[in-house]
Design a protein around this ligand. Sequence first.
Ligand code: FE2
Length: 293
Amino acid sequence: MSLTNQRFVGSTQQELAPLRLEPLKVERQSITIPGLPAQLAPLTIAQLSDFHYDDTRLSERLLIEAIAAANAAHPDLVALTGDFITNAPTPIHRLTPHLSKLQSRYGVVAVLGNHDYYQHQARTIVTEALERIGITVLWNAIAYPFGEQFPVVGLADLWSGDFQPVQVMGQLDPDIPRLVLSHNPDSAVPLRRWRVDLQLSGHTHGGQIVLPNGEALPSFLLRLRQWLPRAIARRFWKECTKVILHWEWSQGYHRVGSNQLYVNRGLGTYFPGRWRCPPELTLLQLQSANTSE
Ligand SMILES: [Fe+2]
């Protein structure tokens, strides 16, 4: 089912402008986790992010396609990295019937994104709706779907005012590997203080527009500003860093010090659309250091 160049027109006033869309792309990434118990490896994790389910930014067709592709991979765990909604929380009740179809061996874990708490009560409404269908929502909390030897940490969003890595990471034995879900990739900076075998993030939508050289447009604009008059350069900086400071982490796999980070491009799309930046389902295969050789 291809959605190439399909124009999806929203039903609410503000976002009636058509979006340029691209077909779903399944990205496969193999990652070595030192100390991952041999009896668990390899582990397949399906990651989906940034649904922005609000009738304007994600078609039902693409959502169904992404969930079917995740299920077809028979993942051990599904990780959802936030922005289920955009502003009003009520569309979560139309999203959860779809998310309830996700299948995996050890369950579905989630963290919330910045859009999931902007409106009054949104955080509670989104969390309760997800938990009602059996999804574990982590807000500065630890889950053990794989057992004690490979915990899954979920942090509050970096911008929430309640991002508490000290409190959460401090509970873990430094000798034990861990998976960390954190919506905003910029959180990889403060997380350098701790062992993070793999951080899964979203938030950037990959920049949505990617230039032929593979660079996200905001990243290019930030580089460009050194040749611009100071006033315009300042404006560029303000606009381009609204979403993220580290545009070099706009998508894909990165090493951050000795930690590992993977950033999913998300499913939902903001105006004007996507260019060379397709919506993504990530299939991560985690190998133990011993089994990856
Ligand atoms: Fe988002």
